[in-house]
Design a protein around this ligand. Structure first.
Ligand code: TXA
Ligand code: MG
Length: 344
């Protein structure tokens, strides 16, 4: 199959919507990461997403809507008060709400669960595409399963060339990390995957929220994943990624020592560093993650993909503060590193 990469103007969006209506799969931008979309009410179309990604069938998809009144047919019963308040505060935006699903949601979308994840994205191309398609759009991140999520159209093309008929190019994603997934299926709200809407922001609206322990820890042996996606190896570069955790001066010294050690072993090595640390390593290969947590979040997936393009065998990165969006950043870094963390 030939994959068209089109700048997301009105005509291209209309064309992509035609493909969605015809049961095909299209790559498109959102404010978080690029998605791989299909008609969420068409189980056969949704199966094509799983095939294009190589995604395990037991990992459910998020359903994207463009207006709040599109939600009622997708869920069973009334929208809970907690959902209403969160939606009013943070939709459109990087937040997915897990709710009891209606019979309209095919099993292919919910992977056999009795719940469905729903999100109203803020990216104008994503919103125009949903509107023009005339149906909710099921979309996971547009990477091949296991790879870092795509934050520009070129990343999607790298993974999906020949696998989907069209990718809409809407430039770089604003946030760069996937949405916050919040389960409202039980009594108390629970963050299953941290993202752009931080625990602090949710607490502000609901008064309290639990953060699933898998946010910063691997799933324990035998533990059931509340969010099936959390049990898979994820976001990982082809080489090794090692996180260094400790006081700033210790981290700097360890980065220097470990870099030299791996280089002496004949490995191609790279550092992922905050901008302010770049001058401290004039002779090392290093990518900048920018000046603060939100820049690091914006750049981290692109950096992980760059490691692969440069065929890096071992990369080192410091850990980050887990306040605010730092929790989402560390959740992705922990998984990209397979939880390999050296304490110094
Ligand atoms: O920002 C995002 O959320 C992006 C853009 C494209 O919207 N989408 C995205 O989808 O990241 P995906 O499929 O890569 O990740 C969805 C996560 C997975 O960890 C999945 O297991 C979880 O959400 N999830 C989806 N539906 C669920 C459900 N009903 N119950 C529990 N977890 C669910
Ligand atoms: Mg994903």
């Amino acid at each position: 199959m030939e994959t068209k990469l089109l700048r997301a103007n009105e005509r291209a969006i209309e064309c992509a919507a035609g493909l969605i209506r015809a049961g095909e799969v299209v790559g498109f931008p959102t404010e978080t990461v690029y998605g791989l979309g299909a008609n969420a009410l068409d189980g056969k179309a949704v199966l094509k997403i799983f095939a294009a990604k190589g995604r395990p069938a037991d990992n459910p998809l998020i359903v994207h809507i463009s207006a709040l009144d599109e939600i009622a047919p997708l869920i069973s019963g009334d929208l809970p008060e907690s959902a209403r308040r969160l939606a009013a505060a943070y939709w459109p935006g990087p937040m997915t709400l897990i709710l009891k699903k209606s019979a309209l949601i095919p099993d292919e979308v919910s992977a056999g669960l009795d719940t469905v994840g729903i999100r109203m994205p803020s990216n104008p191309v994503a919103r125009a595409l949903i509107k023009a398609s005339g149906c909710p759009i099921a979309a996971p991140s547009a990477n091949r399963s296991g790879r870092p999520s795509p934050t520009c159209a070129q990343d999607v093309f790298e993974d999906m060339d020949g696998r989907v008929p069209m990718i809409l190019d809407g430039g770089e994603c604003d946030i760069g990390l996937e949405s916050t997934v919040i389960s409202l299926a039980d009594e108390r709200a629970r963050i299953l995957r941290p993202g752009g809407i931080t625990p602090e922001m949710i607490e502000c609206v609901l008064g309290g929220v639990d953060v699933d322990p898998t946010a910063l820890k691997p799933l324990a042996e035998g533990q059931i994943a509340r969010s099936p996606g959390m049990k898979y190896r994820h976001y990982a570069p082809k080489g090794k990624l090692i996180l260094i955790d400790g006081a700033p001066e210790n981290v700097k010294a360890a980065l220097r020592a470990r870099y030299a050690e791996e280089e002496a072993r004949g490995h191609k090595v790279c550092l992922l560093l905050p901008e302010s640390m770049i001058p401290d390593f004039p002779n090392a290969r290093a990518y900048s993650l920018g000046g603060d947590l939100s820049e690091a979040s914006h750049r981290v997936f692109a950096a992980l993909r760059q490691l692969d393009r440069d065929e890096i065998e071992v990369a080192f990165c410091q850990t980050f503060d887990t306040r605010g969006i730092g929790l989402a950043l560390m959740n992705r870094l922990d998984r990209a590193a397979g939880f390999t963390i050296e304490k110094v």
